[in-house]
Design a protein around this ligand. Sequence first.
Ligand SMILES: NC(=O)C[C@H](N)C(=O)O
Length: 492
Amino acid sequence: MIFEKSVSELHELLVHKEVSATELTNAYIERIHNLDKDLQAYLTVLEKEAQAQASEIDRKIAQGGELGALEGIPMAMKDNMCTEGIRTSCASKILKEFYPPYDATVTTRLKDAGSILLGKLNMDEFAMGSSTENSAYLKTRNPWKLECVPGGSSGGSAVSVAADLAAFSLGSDTGGSIRQPAAFCGVVGLKPTYGAVSRFGLIAYASSLDQIGPLTKTVRDNALVMNAIAGYDSQDSTSVRYDKPDYTKFLLNDIKGLKIGIPREYFGEGIEPEVAKGIQESIETLRNLGAEVSECSLPHTEYAIPAYYLIATAEASSNLARYDGVRYGYRAQAEDVLGMFRKTRAEGFGQEVKRRIMLGTYALSSGYYDAYYLKAQKVRTLIKQDFDQAFEKFDVLLSPAAPTPAFKFGEKSNPLAMYLSDITTVPINLAGIPAISVPAGFVNGLPIGMQLMGKHFNEGTLYRVAYTFEQNTTYHTLKPDLSEEVLTRGSR
Ligand SMILES: NC(=O)C[C@H](N)C(=O)O
């Protein structure tokens, strides 16, 4: 089926006029109509707009214009990236009616690349969560098992790719939000180096940790999307000027002599044995392909979760102060101004967002600032130093992308249990380094992901290892059964 194809395959079909951009777009729209009432990945579907964009591309093709790698390719974006005139809700009631007057830089870059925007995707409210259950609007289901969560916070982004409701998608990752849902849904997800992709127009959660990245069916597609979205942007003060490579240059099916470190802390407590076993098999595969693999240690790993949940909530409490009912977003009616502030925030934010604002405000309050926030920042430095030391010896580090496969809805209703599920991903954000999750097998019929971590701005080496692994395994070619029968049994 056409919608199962990778971006690079679709590009060939478009170039050889075997399919038009309009036909392709309509195929996805039809599939969204058929499946998304059950999967609930999309918050907004842009049928007319996508068709208009497609016919423009078809006109260009008819005139003999040369097609870029992403031109005419239908994709979708997480609903926390601004799209001019298109609702950007962050899956929150407080932004229910927010139609941004501008595009995020990633939106502009994908528009310039000629990608077709099919719609905006569901997520945990303000990206706070690991299951997408915190969305104020939809319950996104895991296409591999409908009674399970898709992961989060970019759950809609992962499902749109896994269930072929888009050729690729963008997600954002503050503490694992791209890699963990990618692992849960069996797709490729990259969190780039902090500063590699512009955050301009990304609705802020924790600004020192947030990064945008691609979710794709293949490693090649991932590199193609990075080629389009990465690179310096003067509108983001944390954007870094660096020599952006052509990421597809790293897609070599060869890892001979590459040094891979296995941090033992990522295989111990809290990691489901079946997951650890699956990843051990992947390690053997890489060893057989010529990599030099040995164990190493990242000794401060156990402090990553507390440090992350102090820093992220502190930044969130500050970033979310702007939603006061005055400047934009939802406004509640009340007798006086203070009452309006209170009521707006009480009605507009969900439970988890309120919890984090309170945690963050507490951590920043005078008297507690040194004990909590400042201490967490020091721990952050130690975690970064762990990685610096490991990278003196290794080209990449390898671990499970998540401690378990996808869990059931409601299973982690205790917030602490949910936070602990981020154990393999948050240290990477604290250190600002890049990491990718690639499909690496199945446990009880659910996909698991292998995480590769690299040095700052070394996405290329991650792509090289990921690509070699993909070329020598078949996990990425397997598809969930989304037949009428399964869907009827699963959720209607
Ligand atoms: N946004 C993320 O990367 C997800 C992480 N679980 C969090 O709730 O902070």
